[in-house]
Write a protein that binds this ligand. Structure first.
Ligand code: MRU
Length: 349
């Protein structure tokens, strides 16, 4: 297996440090790294999808807050600017909140000490995220049927996290456990995270992967070839409703119709137990040009009306199980998610 490129890193320098991210907009054909030296640059990188994927933007937000402290910027402005970048993935707000709580506990300390602690915390969020993904893989691998195909949607891989991935973490762990599986990756229109990122990641790992367009998923789910679906999540409500990349809901309905298990893999930082149901999850609307154009080339008539919701909500009744770092939750989710979430120490939620 080739070593995977790092999604996001904190690099020490004379000023304290800066953030380096691989530019996910130009993968897989170009490997370009973006350096952020200010919290504004991190906010811009999140908004413009240089970095994307719920856990990865949680890590980016924490590092952005640390950069803001390093700049000597107003702390509240830093947090608000980062929070305004993307509305759906709750990990973004979780990352900012974690830094806010640390800052509250550091009142009265010297500015050097505060900066040191903030940088250490942001780096810790990244390290923990990789460990959480590994644990998700360990819990999820036994659910993957041997000798079958796994269908996934969007990119919930190393690129969507600090490393290893959530849904792709489950797939990687199943392969590491010796299971003979292959993967069908939905291309994931309009941003093509499946074609550009998932297909690339899995190919680098030598995991047999077949790229399909989104509208082929039903055909293959009906064929008997798909053993299970595994996807990531951007926010999971208390009742088990799951917000994930647009198109996930259709896959989940088709999976249930064809008796194929539909698994969601996500860390506790993706749970939003303050929301009763998925109806309360804000859905990001993205620019019309993502739909009317493919890589800058127009594919639709000018001035056509367009909708571009970036996420949809899959009702809990379609979700066979939710895999997190502490284990596997099944319906009724109100109880099972709360029980698993309570295993995460208060210091890190
Ligand atoms: O718009 P994106 O690319 O940030 O959307 C990403 C997804 O929907 C992922 O499936 C989700 O964040 C889980 S990532 C481990």
């Amino acid at each position: 297996m080739e070593k995977m490129v790092e999604t996001i890193e904190w690099i020490e320098d004379d000023a304290g440090g800066h953030v380096v991210m691989i530019d996910q907009r130009v993968l897989p054909h170009q490997q370009v790294f973006v350096e952020c030296r200010t919290y504004e640059e991190v906010a811009d990188a999140i908004q413009t999808m240089v970095i994307r994927g719920a856990p990865a933007i949680g890590v980016a937000a924490a590092m952005g807050v640390a950069l803001g402290v390093q700049q000597g910027a107003d702390f509240d402005t830093v947090c608000k600017t980062l929070a305004a970048t993307r509305p759906t993935a709750v990990n973004l707000f979780w990352g900012i909140e974690r830094m806010r709580r640390l800052m509250a506990g550091l009142q009265g300390r010297s500015s050097e000490e505060i900066l040191r602690e903030m940088i250490a915390e942001a780096k810790q969020v990244r390290v923990e995220d990789i460990a959480l993904c590994r644990a998700i893989g360990t819990h999820g691998a036994p659910l993957v049927p041997d000798g079958k195909t796994v269908l996934t949607h969007c990119n919930a891989g190393a690129l969507a996290t600090a490393g290893y991935g959530t849904a792709l973490g489950v797939i990687r762990a199943a392969v590491e456990a010796g299971k003979k599986i292959d993967v069908f990756a939905d291309e994931t229109r309009p941003f093509l995270q499946g074609a550009r990122l998932t297909a690339w990641e899995l190919q680098q790992d030598g995991i047999p992967t077949t790229l399909i367009t989104d509208n082929m998923a039903g055909h293959f789910l009906r064929s008997g070839r798909i053993g299970c679906v595994v996807v990531g999540a951007d926010r999971i409500a208390a009742n088990g409703d799951v917000a994930n990349k647009i198109g996930t809901y259709s896959v989940a309905v088709l999976a249930k119709e064809n008796d194929v298990p539909f698994y969601v893999a996500a860390p506790v930082s993706t749970f939003d137990l303050t929301l009763e149901s998925g109806d309360q999850i804000p859905i990001e609307q993205r620019p019309a040009t993502e739909v009317t154009h493919v890589f800058g080339v127009p594919v639709a008539p000018e001035n056509i009306a367009v909708q571009n919701p970036a996420f949809d909500v899959t009702p809990a009744r379609y979700v066979t199980a939710i895999i997190c770092e502490h284990g596997v939750a099944r319906a009724p989710y109100q109880e099972s998610l709360a029980a698993l979430a309570s295993k995460t120490s208060r210091a890190t939620v």
